[in-house]
Write a protein that binds this ligand. Structure first.
Ligand SMILES: *Cc1c(COP(=O)(O)O)cnc(C)c1O
Length: 225
């Protein structure tokens, strides 16, 4: 009754081909775009399939889930890179810094303070992205666009944090392109090189607008339950 499902390796190959096409169309180098395979809710077996297919960069959105899944995987595959793409509570900054190589959700002073302290204590240098709430949605995390420049200055001047880029999650019911454009504009005027934007449905568009990190989950691993 069930048709043979596409394997994770097939899906990764297809997405890598689409990323290469999008880079070519945008006149960008393929090496300038990192595919983050978002493995939240999926188990170690699925992640191992992606690793076997050559994927080395993964994204998770919860500290607790990451603690359960990843220490053993990292021990087995030390070169893997792990990105936190979901919101981070200040009281989890310590655990997050121990687990992740990049944090995409820096968005408030209390978190900056906690991260700065742990970066010193643990002597870790994760890549840091400030999340921009480009749609200024009340329920959503992130810094509002009109407060972004001041927040970035505060990260640097008050907390000594080196921010490498910006991240955005466009409102689900709107065309993403204007949100990618706005995020790219804020990054450019603040001298930031990295842009974490684009998910399964819109990563090719994000690459047109300069994404350096695309976060793709369901198009690789299938629907989440
Ligand atoms: C889950 C998630 C993704 C991946 O979404 P897909 O649509 O499954 O590709 C990307 N970014 C963030 C912040 C997420 O939480």
């Amino acid at each position: 009754m069930t048709a043979p499902t596409r394997t994770i390796a097939d899906a990764l190959a297809a997405i890598n081909a689409e990323i290469a096409d999008a880079c070519r169309e945008a006149g960008r180098a393929r090496a300038d775009v990192t595919l983050i395979a978002v493995s939240k809710t999926f188990g170690v077996a699925a992640i191992e399939q992606a690793i076997a297919a050559g994927q080395a960069v993964f994204g998770e959105n919860r500290v607790q889930e990451t603690k359960a899944k990843w220490p053993a995987l990292k021990e087995k595959h030390p070169a893997l890179e792990l990105h936190l793409i979901g919101p981070l509570q200040s009281n989890k900054a310590k655990e997050a810094l121990a687990l992740f190589d990049a944090i995409h959700s820096v968005d408030r002073p209390s978190l900056c303070e906690a991260l700065a302290k742990e970066i010193m204590r643990q002597n870790r240098r994760p890549l840091l992205f400030v999340e921009i709430n480009t749609g200024a949605e009340a329920q959503k995390a992130g810094v509002r666009p009109d407060e972004a420049d001041a927040f970035l200055a505060r990260c640097r001047d008050s907390y000594g944090l080196e921010i490498s880029g910006l991240m955005c999650i466009p409102p689900f019911d709107q065309a993403p392109a204007p949100h990618f454009a706005l995020t790219a504009k804020i990054a450019a005027r603040n001298g930031l090189k990295l842009l974490s934007m684009g998910m399964s449905a819109d990563f090719a568009t994000a690459i047109q607008f300069g994404a350096t990190h695309v976060r793709v989950g369901s198009a690789i691993f299938g629907a989440r339950h």
